[in-house]
Write a protein that binds this ligand. Structure first.
Ligand code: SF4
Ligand code: SF4
Ligand code: SF4
Length: 258
């Protein structure tokens, strides 16, 4: 069955039931989660209200993670993006390419929400949706989910005048539509999610052009440079926090130079 998710942020109470159900159902390691819940404040003073952000994979139709993956470990199926970590080479291209900062590396391979592939293939409902006590999550055919999202946003505009549906146009249409109580930008949901340039080169030129070896080397070098620099800066930040960061001229002066 081809189904997508509905996430209604106007109904989420931040209970983290979805986080726990996902971890238990998918037998995730203790320090790995596919959903992150955090508190948010909506509106402008003095008309403020509270809510919860729900960071997770948006299952993009034009998915940067799938487009850059050289091994097929990330792939699309039934309107969702899936993961076969056994095929992952550990290159981290998907980690750098995702405009929503979703995939994570665990034991050297990439992982993320796969839409509970085993459960949904058997006709079931994803663990997170099964568990949500406030009806903030739904899973169903795209046309039904789209209609319900608009109906919910319409009702919520009485309370939240800017309530709207997010995800119909972003990255070819998301496999998770969000009912947002405010302008999505205010909630950290970009109107136009940006894919890093190096990923675009890989997706638009190297893969279809068949410049496999040369192109791969160029793009791999680009990614490797990005990754190496990020890792280097992370190490420097950690050293700085410990009060022992070497400067770029080799002196141990405790300052991190960006
Ligand atoms: S949100 Fe990121 S990880 Fe999820 S499908 Fe889109 S590009 Fe891939
Ligand atoms: S669909 Fe499944 S894997 Fe994805 S967040 Fe929900 S429970 Fe976790
Ligand atoms: S289970 Fe539902 S209400 Fe609880 S945090 Fe998740 S989405 Fe929000």
């Amino acid at each position: 069955m081809r189904s997508i998710f509905l996430l209604d942020l106007t109904q989420c109470i931040g209970c983290e039931g979805c986080v726990i159900a996902c971890k238990v159902g998918n037998e995730l390691p203790e320090d790995v989660t596919y959903i992150e819940i955090s508190e948010q404040v909506h509106g402008t003073f003095p008309n403020l209200s509270g809510g919860f952000a729900n960071h997770r994979c948006y299952h993009c139709t034009d998915a940067a993670c799938v487009n850059v993956c050289p091994t097929g470990a990330l792939f699309q199926e039934d309107e969702l993006t899936r993961v076969d970590s056994s095929l992952c080479s550990g290159c981290q291209y998907c980690v750098r390419a995702c405009p929503y900062d979703v995939p994570v590396m665990v034991d050297g391979v990439a992982t993320k929400c796969d839409g509970c592939r085993d459960v949904t293939k058997a006709g079931g409902t994803p663990w997170c949706v099964q568990t949500c006590p406030s009806d903030a999550l739904r899973f169903g055919p795209r046309d039904e989910i789209t209609a319900e999202a608009h109906q919910r946003a319409s009702v919520m505009r009485e309370k939240y005048p800017s309530a709207q549906v997010y995800g119909e146009s972003q990255t070819g249409g998301l496999g998770l539509l969000v009912v947002a109580p405010e302008d999505p930008d205010e909630l950290g949901l970009p109107a136009d999610p940006q894919v890093p340039f190096i990923s675009t080169v890989w997706q638009d030129i190297v893969k279809p052009g068949g410049f496999a070896i040369t192109g791969f080397s160029i793009v791999a070098a680009g990614f490797a440079g990005i990754i190496a620099r990020r890792n280097h800066m992370k190490e420097l930040r950690e050293l700085a926090e410990q009060g022992a960061a070497p400067s770029h001229d080799g002196h141990d002066d405790g300052e991190v130079q960006q």
